[in-house]
Design a protein around this ligand. Structure first.
Ligand code: FAD
Length: 525
């Protein structure tokens, strides 16, 4: 790590990596990066770290990682990139992208995990409207798990989450941020009151629905294309203490999906607080079958309760109801019994446990520990996430889940509906044009000794096959956390939003410096 204040010199050869697709820092890059008057450190030996992400598929080394000491340092880095004729710049949150989206080949990576991008300040509100509601001001490099811990200290909580909490605020707001609360509150990007952004022009702008709204809505779900989020103001509500976490198994897709759609349409006081769904292989395979969804080690699953004519996969409706320490548990039991009564799950194949609100939201951490122990957490993850319109989800189920995925993906297969009216169409994220659409998440984990159908290449090929089948069958999916290679594909992805997206790029990052790993625009010289 070279501290630029010390004006240290170094040899360009130090950065000769000799790996395919890697960077050998040019003399020109050395000069432009080293001799500018930055007040922060540039790390050359950590560039390999910035060339890795959770996906483990792409490895694009940057010229340097910048660890900013202030927002001004980010401004300086952006301006430096803008002044050069070729440098690009990517903000890197926690690097949990799948396809190199936070990488910048030969460019600069801003490490948003730096200490200056940390800070959480909770404000208690008195009411429910925008003027008086409680909120938290949070720096973009904070992880959601820390936002949760800090707000819970004040008895408050954000309303909308991701399933996994070790993601940065800036990283999820650049995409959407969806989980089982999104049917009610919309994605995380629908719960933001204000942002502070460093644009690709090197300006620091505070934006909100009433102030620089073009930038505000552009940045939300904007894939890092218009600016680097440095701070966000997020809506809070009173936090519950506990969650009753319920899983119900179905063999019939129609019954499963219509129950899900029913549950996301009923009034709040009769509805669950969280709703998701999963697809599992109809077998006792511990990774892909129903044992993978056991809520506790002592829960027994009686396969004799599954109708003999069931297909190759089963469906699991997952719901949760929040409550407080003071709640009368027998009244809670009765309420849940009433809520479950009209649902058409396989009787006897329903499970529930009570966990703290924190443990419920942080539930994937337990899976992370297990996956780390087997080595599958650090192996590549060729994930595919899609939004599928409601009108086509049954065909998708038939062709994809019951067809090419009938043996599973080596990890969870998510399937749950979302209400489109909770997504402000001025935000950048592209979603299907129907009132209800489904999130499909194929969260592939490679086994410890991958090979054959379990290799990364086979899994990537299967993703392509799924996309191809949807295209041929006219199933109008949108990729979530999208990854495309050509301009035509991006244009199609954004559809009617494309012209607006391009115009926002022209306004806020005209030289296309930012987030080159998304591969949407080419850097102009
Ligand atoms: P990074 O990978 O570091 O960055 C992602 C993109 O955002 C890059 O283009 C980067 O340049 C840009 N970026 C990062 N920080 C900023 C910033 N401050 N300003 C502007 N641009 C920025 N998503 C969901 O919606 N719901 C889930 O339940 C969910 N679960 C997940 C579980 C796991 C285990 C993993 C690996 C991912 C999951 N995701 C989920 C996806 C996740 O939300 C995105 O990959 C997210 O971008 C990761 O955040 P990050 O901090 O790691 O971002």
């Amino acid at each position: 790590v070279l501290n630029m204040e010390m004006r240290t010199t170094f040899s360009c050869e130090e950065n000769d990596y000799n790996t395919p697709g890697s960077l050998t820092l040019s003399q020109k890059d050395c000069q432009s990066l080293v001799w500018l008057p930055f007040n922060y450190s540039i790390s050359l030996d950590e560039t390999a770290r910035a060339a890795r992400d959770f996906g483990g598929i792409y490895h694009h080394k940057p010229a340097a990682i910048v660890c900013p000491a202030s927002v001004d340092d980010i401004v300086r880095a952006v301006r430096t990139a803008a002044m050069s004729d070729h440098l690009t710049l990517a903000a890197r949150g926690n690097g949990h992208s799948i396809n190199g989206q936070a990488q910048a080949l030969n460019g600069i990576v801003i490490d948003m995990m730096s200490a200056c991008m940390k800070g959480i300040h909770v404000f208690h509100g008195m009411g429910d409207d925008e003027e008086t509601q409680a909120y938290v001001d949070v720096y973009a490099g904070e992880l959601w798990v820390d936002v949760l811990k800090e707000t819970l200290r004040e008895g408050l909580t954000p309303r909308s989450w991701t399933d996994y909490l070790f993601l940065s605020v800036g990283g999820t707001l650049s995409n959407g941020g969806v989980s089982g609360q999104a049917f009610r509150f919309g994605p995380q990007i629908s719960n933001v009151l204000q942002l502070e952004v460093v644009t690709g022009n090197g300006e620091v702008i505070t934006c909100s629905p009433g102030q620089h709204e073009e930038l505000f809505y552009g940045v939300l779900g904007g894939l890092g294309q218009f600016g680097i989020i440095t701070k966000a103001r997020i809506v809070l509500e009173r936090a519950p203490h506990m969650a009753r976490w319920v899983r119900l198994f179905y063999s019939d897709f129609e019954q499963f999906s219509s129950d899900q759609e029913f549950l996301i349409s009923i009034p709040k006081d009769q509805a669950f607080d969280y709703l998701e769904g999963l697809v599992v292989v109809n077998s006792k395979d511990p990774i892909n079958g129903w044992p993978s969804l056991a809520l506790s080690s002592d829960a027994s699953f009686d396969p004799l309760l599954i109708p003999p004519n069931s297909g190759p996969v089963l469906y699991c409706l997952e719901v949760a109801l929040y409550y407080n320490n003071t709640t009368d548990v027998s009244a809670l039991d009765k309420k849940i019994e009433r809520m479950l009564a009209p649902l058409r799950f396989m009787r006897g194949l329903n499970y529930s446990i009570d966990v703290s609100y924190f443990d419920f939201l942080n539930r994937v951490y337990r899976e992370e520990i297990l996956a780390r122990a087997t080595g599958t957490w650090d192996a590549p993850h060729p994930w595919l996430n899609l939004f599928v319109p409601k009108s086509q989800i049954a065909r998708f189920d038939n062709m994809i889940f019951k067809g090419i995925l009938k043996h599973g993906v080596g990890g969870p297969m998510l399937l749950y509906p979302l209400n489109r009216n909770k997504w402000d169409c001025r935000m950048s994220t592209a979603v299907p044009n129907e009132e209800i659409f489904y999130l499909v998440g194929l969260l592939r984990f490679l086994p410890p000794n991958p090979g054959g159908p379990n290799s990364m290449e086979s899994m990537l090929a299967q993703n392509e096959e799924i996309l191809g089948l949807c295209e041929t069958a006219g199933i109008e999916i949108k990729q979530y956390l999208p990854h495309y290679k050509t301009n035509g594909e991006w244009k199609r992805h954004f559809g009617w939003k494309w012209d607006q997206f391009v115009e926002r790029k022209r306004m806020f990052d005209p030289r296309a410096i930012l987030a080159p790993g998304q591969n949407i625009f080419s850097r102009s010289s």
